[in-house]
Design a protein around this ligand. Sequence first.
Ligand code: SF4
Length: 184
Amino acid sequence: MIMAKIRFATVWLAGCSGCHMSFLDLDEWLLELAQQVDIVYSPIGSDIKNYPDNVDACLVEGGIANEDNLELILEVRAKTKLLISFGDCAVTANIPAMRNMLGGAEPVLKRAYLELGDVTPQLPDEPGIVPPLLEQVRPVHEVVPIDLFMPGCPPSADRIRATLEPLLRGEMPEMVGREMIKFG
Ligand code: SF4
C-alpha cells in the first residue's frame, strides 16, 4: 500500500525571512524531508499562489502586521491541522511589533514615508497592491489558535529538525529545555 505523504506548508507573514533561511540550513536533511512530505505551499520551493485545503502541518513565520497577513492566517488556520508558530516574530511579534509603541499605523507611516522621505515623500497607497497596516502588530496566537510554538530568532536548523522529526513519526515534539525553547 502506498502511504500518502504529509501535506506540508510554510507561510511567510511579517518577518524578515530569516526563519525560512534557517529552514534552508537544514541542507541535506531537506532531501530526507522531501521524501516524506509534499510541500503544498511555501515561499520557497513552490510557486503555488493559493493556500490549499487539507494541509497537515504548516510553519508560520512572522507576526500579523497588515490586512493581507490577517486574511491569509485565517485561511491557513481553517485549512491546516497542525499550525506551528515558527520563530520569535510569530511567537511574540518580536521586531515587527516594535512599531506598536509608536501609537498606531498612521504615525509610523508618516514618520517613515513623509518625515524621513528625502525624495518625493508620499504615503504608499495602492489598493489591492499595498495592504493596509493593522494598528498593532500581533503574535499569531492572538489571532488564531496555535498548536505548537517554536521560538528563536531564527530557530536553528537543529531546532527545526528536532521539531519536525517527531511530527513525521506522528508524535508531538517535546518543546522543553534551552535547545528547544530559548528565544533569540
Ligand atoms: S524571528 Fe528573527 S529571523 Fe525570524 S522573521 Fe523574525 S526577525 Fe527574522
